[in-house]
Design a protein around this ligand. Sequence first.
Ligand code: BTN
Length: 263
Amino acid sequence: MIEEEIAGWADAIEDAVVGTRFAPRLVRVFESCGSTQDPARDLGPGAVVTAGVQTDGRGRLGRRWIDTEGSGIALSVGLEPSDPAVLSVAAGLAVLQTLRRFTTPSVEARIGLKFPNDVVDRVSARKFAGMLIESDASVAVLGIGVNVRIPAAPIDAPAMSVEEVAMGDRRPDRLPILIDLLQRLDHVLELDVDVLRQRYELDHAPTGGTVLLEADGVRFEGRLESLDPFGAVLLREVGTGRIREFGASQVRLVSWKPLRSGS
Ligand code: BTN
């Protein structure tokens, strides 16, 4: 029962965010919520909003992120407005670190990032988590959706859940993952942009593999040589072998092939 599962969440989250940028008095836990983004925006910087189920969640590019079973984490936090690219990179790294902590050591290295806002399995190319940033002049709302048990649906890519690669025999609980994520997020948001860039590049799953990339409406296929989330994207084009350079903010990775198969 969702009601029973979330009964202690508010107190636990309030305790966990003491001393962080998040405010215990701005923690809200809903049994059910349309989109956690909306109350977080209303509460402003410092807010932490989560829900047992999310009935009308939003994804990027007009997609939806709905979880009426309560199988995943729907988290929105209110932050001071800042560069969305930096927030997105920091959030991706925080989610990556949290997921690695809750999965078996043999799987840790399989978890990677996919530009701009996904956390993925390098082997299957399936998606563990997605992020959404909605900003106005007074608040940046960072929303994070994580597939913990069975995948939430529908999303833009085949889903992967923490449960499929979790430590131990038990089904993973959502609360410890949520708390770990909030604490890591607070830490990662302190990091310098150069450190964020280096860590992101290191863990960007499609780099070195074949990708289909779209830039300003035109598609290119080739080997992704490098991707700086705040700078240049270099692609060695299939056929010609020519290196093409794009700005990260202009590109969308339409698809990518995992570098290796099997675990
Ligand atoms: C994406 O992959 O397209 C981004 C998905 C973001 C989903 C999260 S779940 C918590 C927060 N509330 C929402 O309505 N969306 C985000």
